[in-house]
Design a protein. Structure first.
Length: 256
């Protein structure tokens, strides 16, 4: 056999082996993908996520020995308004919603209850569960509470019930506080803050946003607007401090 024929034969062998290796690699990758899909399907079918629609829990609680309210929510909306009775009426609607991972199991919300605990004169409301969405509606009694606090991860917070002190700590979402009296403190990571109270109630007014717009109405205060954020400050006719801090979002403070 001539040298040229030997060279051609060697090239054919190399090309064949290369094609075989490429084919084997493609087959192997197909098998890996197929096995992965099968594994995901097996996990999903063998351990199905339980989602029993949604349920609503309602509690009527005595306010005789309560002067402060604390509401904790992971994901969902919280609304606190003043009622016309002597008791606290708390209602929460629970819906299964995956929030902690693609393959995390969903709870059967029909088995969940509202958590109600007391610490001294403080009433605490929440739900001890993950992977749920909460929608709270709480009506406070006619008597004035010393404090209303809402701590939420993701969602919206609206407070129209007056108290001597109102505090909101919200990770992501919008907060609206509209009360005639009381000190106000709001902290939001990402979202908009809207604060409304009376000029006669407000003492020192301080607000800041890292990225977003700021506005101050009803008061001849100071508004510093920058390209990516701003701050407001001023002094009302009252004594209660009004403070708001927003990481990313707009801040609006109105005194009437």
């Amino acid at each position: 056999m001539s040298d040229s024929k030997i060279d051609n034969r060697m090239r054919d062998i190399v090309n064949y082996n290369t094609i075989s290796i490429r084919d084997d690699s493609e087959v192997f990758m197909r098998r890996v993908v197929l096995q992965s899909v099968c594994a995901v399907l097996w996990i999903t079918l063998a351990h199905p996520a339980v989602a029993a629609g949604e349920v609503t829990r309602t509690r009527t609680l005595s306010a005789a020995d309560v002067s402060a309210l604390v509401v904790t929510a992971q994901v969902g909306d919280v609304r606190v308004e003043q009622g016309d009775g002597d008791a606290i009426v708390a209602q929460v609607t629970l819906k299964a919603k995956r929030t902690t991972g693609l393959l995390s199991s969903l709870p059967d919300v029909s088995n969940l209850e509202m958590s109600v605990t007391t610490r001294g004169d403080q009433l605490r409301l929440g739900v001890d569960a993950k992977n749920i969405e909460e929608r709270w509606l709480i009506r406070t009694p006619r008597k004035l509470f010393s404090a209303i606090e809402v701590k939420a991860g993701v969602g919206g917070v609206t407070i129209t019930a007056p108290a001597r002190r109102i505090e909101v700590d919200l990770g992501v979402g919008d907060a609206t506080i509209d009360v005639p009296t009381g000190a106000i403190s709001v902290q939001i990571g990402t979202g908009d803050a809207t604060l409304r109270t009376t000029l006669a109630n407000a003492g020192s007014v301080e607000g800041k946003t890292g990225v977003g717009k700021v506005s101050l109405s009803g008061l001849d205060g100071t508004v510093n607007s920058r390209a990516v954020g701003g701050s407001v400050s001023g002094t009302g006719r009252g004594r209660e401090p009004i403070n708001a801090m927003v990481g990313v979002g707009n801040l609006s403070i109105t005194l009437r």
